[in-house]
Design a protein around this ligand. Structure first.
Ligand SMILES: Cc1cc2nc3c(=O)[nH]c(=O)nc-3n(C[C@H](O)[C@H](O)[C@H](O)COP(=O)(O)O)c2cc1C
Length: 306
């Protein structure tokens, strides 16, 4: 079954060099969502130099805000960079964020987010806006309320990770509530959560034949070629090595310094090594590495292991 596939934003993991490398090696993803941007303590948005449009890479910048002024400002910043679509984060579960009524902590405040959307869409800005949400902060009714509210606005799509904020990543996604969202929504609904193999994807595709788009995160980080059917173990290894080499080259091209390159490589290997036997032990070793020369040694061990 053919679906559209989106890459889920994962702070520190789905960086722009990673996405660029992924798109150069695999041709499997339709949209690449950035981890969220938010205003810093000085009340300004800060962006990396790499945040710009690239050929063949459909990047959707994500923002974490709870007022229309900041949402409009982010939109105009992204318009200047040439983007045509952004995503509003209403899913982040971390208390430091949620306690400020941001992310999934914004979901209990129906009147507030309704006003934000009303003020935002009254501007008629030439920017598509989608929303990524959880089921609620601590109550699954919240996502139904959100779905009803956004039915009255021209959002691009509603991406649902069917867990509560209070669950963080524990428990199973609740696909029954996801089904209720599908019934209530008059927008395109995208499903996300714990799709870790092509079989997982197929099960959901069969369960929800009308859902045209699925968003994948940790599964793709662990097995970047997960969506290529019938791939051999050997080919998997070659693909991962190819992605790594491409990523390494891109980090150098972007002019990153040794310490930054090492940090990116340490995060790159985290998910793929979780699955490999003895992988966690090697990752602990890798975390202690402070020089690229030492990295080359560990890299050989990793390549033997995967
Ligand atoms: C380390 C980590 C960082 C994340 N960062 C973000 C983020 O910046 N924005 C966001 O909307 N979701 C973020 N998420 C949630 C993912 O986008 C996704 O919704 C979640 O992991 C479920 O999908 P998966 O099981 O396919 O990974 C993050 C998740 C993890 C584990």
């Amino acid at each position: 079954m053919n679906s559209f596939i989106y890459f889920a934003p994962l702070q520190s993991y789905t960086t722009l060099p990673y996405y660029l490398s992924y798109a150069q090696v695999f041709n499997a993803v339709d949209k690449y969502f950035t981890p969220f941007y938010r205003k810093n303590k000085k009340d300004v948005f800060e962006y990396e130099d790499e945040l710009k449009c690239y050929d063949g890479l459909n990047i959707i910048p994500q923002v974490l805000v709870n007022n229309s002024k900041d949402l409009i400002q982010f939109t105009t910043d992204m318009m200047k960079k040439g983007f045509g679509e952004i995503n509003l984060n209403m899913g982040c579960p971390f208390p430091m964020v949620a306690n400020k009524r941001l992310g999934s902590g914004f979901l209990p405040y129906r009147d507030k987010y309704k006003l934000v959307l009303k003020e935002y869409f009254s501007q008629n800005l030439p920017m598509r806006l989608s929303i990524k949400t959880r089921l609620g902060w601590d109550n699954k009714e919240e996502v139904i309320a959100l779905t009803e509210v956004v039915n009255d606005f021209p959002i691009q799509e509603l991406i649902v990770h069917p867990r509560l904020g209070t669950q963080k990543y524990t428990g199973d996604p609740d696909w029954d509530v996801f089904k209720e969202v599908l019934e209530v929504s008059n927008h395109q609904v995208v499903g996300n959560g714990d799709i870790n193999s092509s079989e997982d994807l197929e099960t959901l595709q069969k369960k929800f034949p009308h859902v045209e788009v699925w968003m994948l995160g940790r599964g793709l980080l662990s097995k970047p070629d997960m969506l290529q059917p019938g791939i051999s173990r050997f080919q998997q290894k070659q693909n991962l090595i190819c992605l790594h080499d491409n990523f390494y080259d891109n980090l150098k091209k972007f002019g990153y310094l040794e310490g930054q390159i090492l940090n990116h490589l340490k995060t790159f290997w985290e998910y793929p090594l979780q699955d490999a036997e003895g992988g966690k032990r090697i990752h602990r070793k890798l975390r202690k590495v402070g020089k690229l020369d030492a990295y080359s040694e560990i890299k050989k061990m990793i390549f033997d292991l995967i």
